[in-house]
Design a protein. Structure first.
Length: 318
C-alpha cells in the first residue's frame, strides 16, 4: 500500500503546489493559463505523437477498449442525469451538466501523468487510443444533449445534429492533440523513424508534459472553487470517483482486456472531472457552479480515490 501511495501522492502534491503558488501570490493565475497552453498545444501533442509513432500494439483492437470505457461512461452519465432531474428535481440542462460532470475524466492534465507514473510507458498506448476519440465523443454528445435540453426548456430554433457535429469536428481538426495523434499514426503506419536530434528534442519536451500539466491544473483551481449545488456536486463527485471506474473495471474484465490496458483505463476513469464539463456549462450559460464544484471536490479527493483504485488493481493482479 505504501508503494501505491508514493506513486499516487506526488501527482496530487504537484497539483497542490500549483494551487499554493497562486494562493500565496507567488505567481499570478494567468501564468497557469500560459502553462496550460504549453501543455495542451505542444508538450502533450508531442508526447502522444511519440507514443503512437513508437507503439507496439501486438495486433490489439481498439474497439474493445473503447467499448469498455464508454460503456462505463454511459452508465455514469445516465446516473448523474437522473440524480439531478429525478432526485434533486432540476431541469434537463442541469441534468446534462450533472451527467457530464460525473463522466468526463481529466485524461490530459491528471490521467496522463498518473498512468505514466503508475503503469509506465506501456500504459500510454491505451491512453493514447482512448484520447483519440474521448474528446470528440464527449463533446459531441454533451453539446447535442445541451442543445436539445435548451430547446425543450426555452424553445426557439434547434440546430440540426449534422450542424452541431460539423462544427465540433471542424474545431477538432485544428486541435493540437488530434494533430499529434494523427502525426504519430502516420509515422507508425509508414514505419518511419525520427532523426536522432529531432527525437531528442521531442523527448525532452514530451518529458515535461506531466509535471507542468499538474502544476498548471493546480494554478487553475482558483477559478473554480466550491459554491452552490453542493448536494448534487457531492453525488456527481461520488459517481465520478467511484461509479465510473467501477463500471470500467467490470467492463474491461468482461471483455478480456490485458491487465495493463485494464489498469490504464480504470485509473483514467478514477481521476478528477475534466475542465471540459465547465466549458460546456459556460458555453450554454447554465450549471457553472455544479461543474466547478465537481471539478474542485473530485480534485481534492482524487488522491484518495486514485490510491483506492490502484490498490484494487494491484490486488486483482496478484
Amino acid at each position: 500500500m505504501s508503494a501505491i501511495i508514493f506513486d499516487v501522492l506526488p501527482i496530487f502534491v504537484m497539483i497542490l503546489i500549483g494551487w499554493l503558488v497562486v494562493k500565496i501570490g507567488l505567481m499570478k493565475a494567468e501564468i497557469g493559463d500560459a502553462l496550460s497552453d504549453f501543455v495542451f498545444k505542444l508538450a502533450v501533442p508531442l508526447l502522444l505523437f511519440r507514443t503512437i509513432a513508437e507503439a507496439d500494439f501486438h495486433g490489439a483492437s481498439p474497439f474493445r477498449l473503447w467499448i469498455a470505457y464508454f460503456s462505463g461512461v454511459a452508465v455514469t452519465w445516465v446516473a448523474g442525469h437522473l440524480a439531478a432531474t429525478r432526485f434533486f428535481g432540476r431541469d434537463e440542462r442541469i441534468g446534462v451538466i450533472s451527467g457530464v460532470s460525473s463522466a468526463f475524466a481529466n485524461t490530459i492534465f491528471v490521467g496522463l501523468p498518473l498512468v505514466q507514473r503508475t503503469v509506465g510507458d506501456k500504459g500510454l498506448v491505451p491512453l493514447s487510443i482512448l484520447i483519440a476519440v474521448h474528446l470528440p465523443v464527449m463533446m459531441i454528445i454533451g453539446t447535442i444533449m445541451m442543445e436539445r435540453a435548451e430547446h425543450k426548456i426555452s424553445g426557439g430554433a434547434e440546430r440540426s445534429m449534422a450542424k452541431v457535429i460539423r462544427q465540433i469536428l471542424q474545431n477538432l481538426v485544428r486541435n493540437p492533440l488530434v494533430i499529434g495523434l494523427a502525426g504519430g499514426a502516420a509515422m507508425h503506419l509508414l514505419d518511419l523513424r525520427m532523426p536522432g536530434p529531432v527525437e531528442s528534442i521531442v523527448d525532452q519536451i514530451a518529458g515535461v508534459a506531466g509535471p507542468v500539466a499538474l502544476i498548471s491544473l493546480g494554478m487553475a483551481l482558483q477559478k473554480y472553487g466550491v459554491s452552490g449545488n453542493l448536494g448534487i456536486a457531492s453525488v456527481t463527485s461520488v459517481f465520478k470517483l467511484l461509479l465510473l471506474p467501477a463500471c470500467v473495471w467490470v467492463a474491461s474484465h468482461m471483455l478480456g482486456l490485458a491487465s495493463d490496458w485494464t489498469a490504464a483505463l480504470v485509473l483514467i476513469a478514477s481521476v478528477p472531472t475534466g475542465v471540459n464539463a465547465w466549458l460546456i456549462a459556460n458555453r450554454f450559460g447554465v450549471g457553472h457552479s455544479l461543474a466547478a464544484s465537481t471539478i474542485t471536490v473530485t480534485t481534492g479527493l482524487g488522491a484518495i480515490s486514485v490510491s483506492f483504485w490502484a490498490y484494487i488493481l494491484g490486488g486483482a493482479a496478484q
